[in-house]
Write a protein that binds this ligand. Structure first.
Ligand code: PMP
Length: 405
């Protein structure tokens, strides 16, 4: 179904804002998307009508808030086709989800000399937790390289695998290069070698249809704020059997079954991994963001954004001296570029003066910059409310700035 983007834009009041007197062109969606009124309304209702601490109260409000929180978990389960809500752990986001697994999986399954594999195009959130684990447990971190187009070297991946490899953790979509990685292949190769797999879905969950049962990843993580939902909210999906084997990451709150000074026993999934007062307005907002996506249809979103990406790529390539970083065959919603050596910071600042929001710098992926021998890029990234006219505005802006230098 074709989407009515002008109608969709009405749902996002921020898009009517002026920036430096110019209409806002928001092209920083890979960092965070905007929120539609439908999501804000659900969060407002939660605070205004049934705010209460969940799970612990017999009173009406607490029960209502608990129900809303658990219904949100079900909305997310259905969205990613997980088998059970026990497999949906609420976290503060992708970063916390990865840290949780790096700690708990490392604690349970890793011994000195074991190996973890990541790729060279990971966000720092999918590098640093593994480095911390490697330091803590004396493991070795191995890195899958990528070629000039931003495509992972799958032969190198196979060669990195050893009997010591315990886990592979890779991005579904690179936040810097836009590459869509062949995660199905990575998962099947890893599983053939008895290795577990974590997929960082921060940049794919907003754009792709996901099916955990078909994908067969052991862990899959993503953030609400890139999916039209609130900040500080995310999910760790994990296979139930595996999550059952892992020790809890933090203690306190609903994660206990019984506590004495001699011994504490832990609650069942998913609560075992949710210490402290859960962010129930966050989960309600997250589910509202997902419902918003579902109302439009994830396949329609994907098709529209793909069209926009192709259009933007063609247009940008027409600018003399513009180089795109990341030209893999399969890409999604992100274009990184540099123009004639103009510093990305200068380009970003001047575009901002024109009302155009892009991201500049290393995009929390410094090793990607090192790979290309640059300090940063300009990154434009798209969401469902962006238009070809906005791409044209970006193009005009870049051309004007290039002429100035
Ligand atoms: N991984 C990737 C691929 C990302 O793009 C991001 C966000 N830029 C993260 C991890 C971290 O997500 P969060 O900050 O929401 O935890």
């Amino acid at each position: 179904m074709a989407l009515d983007v002008q109608k969709i834009r009405q749902d996002f009041p921020i898009l009517k804002e002026l920036v430096h007197g110019k209409p806002l062109v928001y092209l920083d969606n890979a960092a965070t998307s905007q929120r539609p009124v439908q999501v804000l309304k659900e969060i407002e209702d939660a605070y205004l009508k049934y705010n209460s601490n969940i799970h612990r109260g017999v009173h009406h409000l607490s029960q209502k808030a608990t129900e809303a929180h658990e219904n949100s978990r079900e909305v997310i389960r259905e969205f990613i086709n997980a088998k059970s809500t026990k497999e949906i752990i609420f976290t503060r986001g992708t970063t916390e989800s990865i840290n949780l697994i790096a700690w708990s999986f490392g604690e349970r399954f890793c011994e000195k000399g074991d190996e973890i594999i990541i790729s060279a195009m990971e966000h720092h959130s999918n590098i640093v937790p593994w480095q911390m684990l490697c330091e803590r447990k004396e493991l070795k971190l191995k890195v899958i390289p990528f070629d000039d187009s931003g495509t992972l070297d799958m032969d190198a991946f196979q060669n990195l695998i050893s009997p010591k490899t315990k886990l592979v953790s890779v991005a579904h979509v690179s936040n810097t290069l836009g590459t869509v990685n062949p995660i199905e292949k990575i998962i099947s190769i890893a599983h053939e070698n008895n290795i577990k797999v974590l997929i960082d879905g921060a940049q794919s969950a907003p754009h792709f249809k996901l099916d955990m049962q078909a994908l067969n990843a052991d862990f899959f993580v993503f953030s609400s704020h890139k999916m039209y939902g609130p900040t500080g909210m995310g999910v760790l999906y994990g296979k139930e059997d595996l999550l059952n084997e892992l020790p809890p990451y933090q203690g306190g709150g609903e994660m206990i079954e019984t506590v004495t000074f001699e011994k504490t026993t832990y609650n069942e999934l998913p609560f075992k991994f949710e210490a402290g007062t859960p962010d129930f307005t966050g989960s309600v907002g997250f589910a509202a963001g997902i419902k918003y996506i579902e109302t439009l249809g994830i396949d329609s979103i994907h098709a529209y954004e793909d069209e926009l990406l192709k259009y933007a790529t063609e247009q940008l390539k027409s600018i003399p001296g513009l180089k795109i970083y990341g030209e893999a065959e399969m890409k999604s919603s992100v274009i990184s570029f540099m123009v004639n050596g103009i510093h990305p910071f200068d380009m970003g600042t001047l575009l901002d003066q024109m009302g155009i929001a892009v991201r500049t710098g290393h995009h929390c992926a410094q090793p990607v910059m090192d790979r290309f021998g640059i300090s940063g890029t300009v990154r434009a990234s798209f969401a469902i409310y962006n238009t070809k006219e906005e791409v044209d505005t970006l193009l005009n802006g870049i051309n004007r700035i290039a002429a100035m230098f």
